[in-house]
Design a protein around this ligand. Structure first.
Ligand code: FE
Length: 347
């Protein structure tokens, strides 16, 4: 072999090694999944740990934060985003992300089978992953339960200065108002808000737990809040919260009409994902029976699946008829609901 041939041969070998190495590195760095999560890590971690058991090779990176901020961030990042999935609560946020063109359509028979149509977008670009209910919660010491009826009747004069409500700046109440608009129409909902505000015992402040605490301390008798807050207070390490939670009870409104208001947590796959397959795999896992049992047991939400029952503590709140239409419609009415609530002083 002359020197030229040796040089050429070495060149080929070295080139091959460089290419091979970069391919291996490439596959190592791209086998990942990047999640922007509005959901807190005490829920996400057990889900990831369970998912990892069968998907050890996927490197998962999570950034947790405020959901609306993630929507803004994704808009700015555009095609350069590293995110593959946005995990968030409330159909209003899911539809907001969709409107901003942040999600891509997903083709998965498993997701379509596991998640009923009413809990996902019609275009399959976002998927509900847990159900949260928002019934009436009342003082079991001061309220005669026979006087309770539906959300509409919370505006009756008998509840003057008896009601505590979270701010309407919060998406949970915006969605509640949207649900009222869908069922009653805009005019009747406007009248309802106008009268309801007169029954507030104080300016809206604090979160759902604070409304329950306010009932327990006697500041008001009735609120509307998500059941997982009450369930989590009942099993809280904080004795004060456990005591407060025992002073209230759940009333399921609108059982003879359109069913109690429910909402979703959910997720969409980001339009510019570079890890589509991993993202689909993860959403499929979240909708699986094992994934759903983590949702019900760890945070006391309801499952999107019929074959996963609520936690023991949530079962005690009783069975109820839930609003049964596609929840995406609620997200579409949000602008009207913001307009109505601010017009009539529900801050
Ligand atoms: Fe919440």
């Amino acid at each position: 072999m002359n020197i030229n041939k040796i040089c050429f041969f070495s060149f080929i070998v070295i080139t091959f090694l460089i290419l091979f190495n970069s391919l291996v590195l490439e596959s190592k760095t791209t086998n990942e999944l990047n999640i922007y999560s509005g959901r807190k890590s005490f829920l996400i971690e057990p889900l990831i740990n369970e998912f990892k058991k069968n998907n050890k090779e996927i490197k998962i990176n999570i950034i947790t934060g405020k959901e609306d901020a993630f929507i803004e961030r994704l808009k700015l990042e555009g095609v350069n985003t590293k995110a593959d999935i946005l995990l968030t609560t409330d159909v209003a946020r899911l539809t907001r992300a969709k409107k901003n063109n942040l999600f891509r359509k997903v083709d998965s028979e498993i997701l379509e089978k596991n998640i009923p149509l009413k809990f996902r977008s019609k275009e399959n670009d976002w998927f509900g992953l847990s159900v949260r209910s928002r019934p009436i919660i009342y003082s079991n010491e001061r309220v005669n339960v026979n006087k309770l009826n539906n959300y509409e009747s919370l505006s009756d004069e008998i509840w003057k200065s008896k009601i505590c409500m979270r701010s309407s700046n919060n998406v949970y109440n915006q969605s509640l108002i949207s649900y009222m608009i869908l069922n009653l129409g805009e005019k009747k909902t406007e009248k309802w808000i106008r009268e309801l505000v007169k029954n507030f015992s104080r300016k809206p402040s604090g979160g759902d737990r604070d409304q329950i605490r306010a009932i327990a301390s006697g500041q008001c008798d009735i609120t509307v809040a998500n059941t997982y807050y009450l369930a989590n207070m009942l099993v809280s390490k904080n004795e004060k919260d456990r005591k407060a939670a025992k002073k209230v009870a759940v009333f399921w409104p609108n059982q003879n009409t359109f069913g109690a208001h429910i909402n979703l947590s959910g997720a969409g796959i980001i339009k510019y994902t570079k890890n589509y397959k991993n993202a689909v795999l993860f959403l499929e896992f979240l909708s699986s029976k094992i994934g759903q049992e983590i949702y019900t047991k760890k945070i006391n939400e309801y499952s999107i699946r019929n074959d996963v029952k609520p936690s023991k503590i949530v079962t005690k709140f009783g069975e109820f008829k839930a609003y049964d239409l596609n929840l995406e419609e609620i997200g579409k009415e949000i602008n009207k609901s913001i307009k109505l609530s601010s017009k009539h002083g529900w801050r």
